[in-house]
Design a binder for this molecule. Sequence first.
Ligand SMILES: Cc1cc2nc3c(=O)[nH]c(=O)nc-3n(C[C@H](O)[C@H](O)[C@H](O)COP(=O)(O)OP(=O)(O)OC[C@H]3O[C@@H](n4cnc5c(N)ncnc54)[C@H](O)[C@@H]3O)c2cc1C
Length: 438
Amino acid sequence: MSVSTQPKSSAPPVRTAHTQHSDVLILGAGVMGLSCALQLLKAGRSVTLLDKGKAGAATSAGNCGTITPSHAQPLTAPGTVSQALRWMLQSDAPLRIKPTLNLERLSWFWHFARRCRDDIQEATTRARAAIALQSRDLLAQLITDEGFDCEFVPQGTLHVWRNQQEFEHAQQDCELLNALGLPVEIKDAQQVHALEPALNDQVIGGLYHTRDAQLRPERYMAELSRRVIELGGRIIEEQLIDRIEHQQDRIQAVHCGQQIYRANEYIMALGAWTPKLAKQLALSIPIQPGKGYSMTYDRPQYCPKIPMVLEERSVCVTAWGSGFRLGSTMEFSGYDESMNRQRLNALERAAREYLQDPHGPNKEQEWYGWRPMTWDDLPIIGRAPEQQNLTLATGHGMLGITMSAATSLLVKQIICAEQPALDPHPYRPSRFTEKQYR
Ligand SMILES: Cc1cc2nc3c(=O)[nH]c(=O)nc-3n(C[C@H](O)[C@H](O)[C@H](O)COP(=O)(O)OP(=O)(O)OC[C@H]3O[C@@H](n4cnc5c(N)ncnc54)[C@H](O)[C@@H]3O)c2cc1C
């Protein structure tokens, strides 16, 4: 049954003082929520965003800011589980799964482990490459067209190694990446130092992914928010959504304490928090927070030019004109809000192993964020099963900034009933309830 939320008479709608209405209500104002808002405002819809904190200030702020279609290969790779088990007792390991009896987390790991197979990995890589590549070009276009001041630089990313055997092993993936339209150049020791003089002499080679790019994420968030407001969007901060009211197959309202928000269409873009509210709609959204850390400094004297991944330590290094950031580590420990000093220290230790000057003299910020991790390492984009007026834009894991522009275009095309520019099938929210997929 379809229940309209629009008033039936032509008389102005009668609403209580604390009820507000818009065409589209977006739950969550991270990079997904803000990007969807921008697309829909440009399509002529009225848009309201709700966030329990400040817009763009959660996971979308302190991340590494790299735009990396080159990361198309998913975490669900053969060998990930055995590696994670070996690292289980090492508290500063790049990937850490904290032992748990939590049933949701156990079920997530079980499904994740089942997907760590060669055949599934290749299909997942293709699906991730498709959205990440389209998104990289859309991001560049958007930032240029809007004149966003967010330190966007399309100069690639460089993955570097200290261990010859691991470097040679990684080169096996180059053929697939090149075939997917993700050009990668192999650099020996001399070439890698010529490309990036900030590396120390322990580095023996690297892979240069030329289609990648970088931006400063907190600046990008500020520019997106500014433009959303300029176009008439409303961003309502410090609004904790506590209840979603629904009747049969439609959402009727979203409640934030005494405030009630109604819309014709709803978008859930709550990142790692998505399952908490999706539960109220009995939606199966298998997302676990994948906790990562970053530390931000002013620029070191020998500052890297190109964003880098220090491979054996899985640490990302990004330098902008305005600063320098070390980030990464992946920890599955539920919604744990503590700062783990050992994991923060591991970032600096890794930088010392690869760089002449590991960080700037002044530390500006220590940060953690929760990546919204699905067990298949694919995002969740599309109409929610059994909720006609709800679209999901979540589960982007390690590539939320990278995939944001293509995600928001797809969401706009779904809501405006347009032909999608990208095959939406791999990202469909219904996959988690399909027997053959689980
Ligand atoms: C260390 C680290 C490094 C990373 N580096 C990169 C990178 O280099 N490149 C890249 O592409 N990606 C990177 N990522 C991943 C990227 O940051 C995320 O995928 C992305 O930010 C997710 O965006 P989002 O909008 O889905 O979630 P968020 O930014 O977390 O937004 C969700 C919003 O929902 C709000 N919310 C939640 N619950 C409620 C509620 N009940 N009521 C109201 N509001 C609510 C939150 O306050 C939040 O603002 C990194 C992540 C980490 C942790």
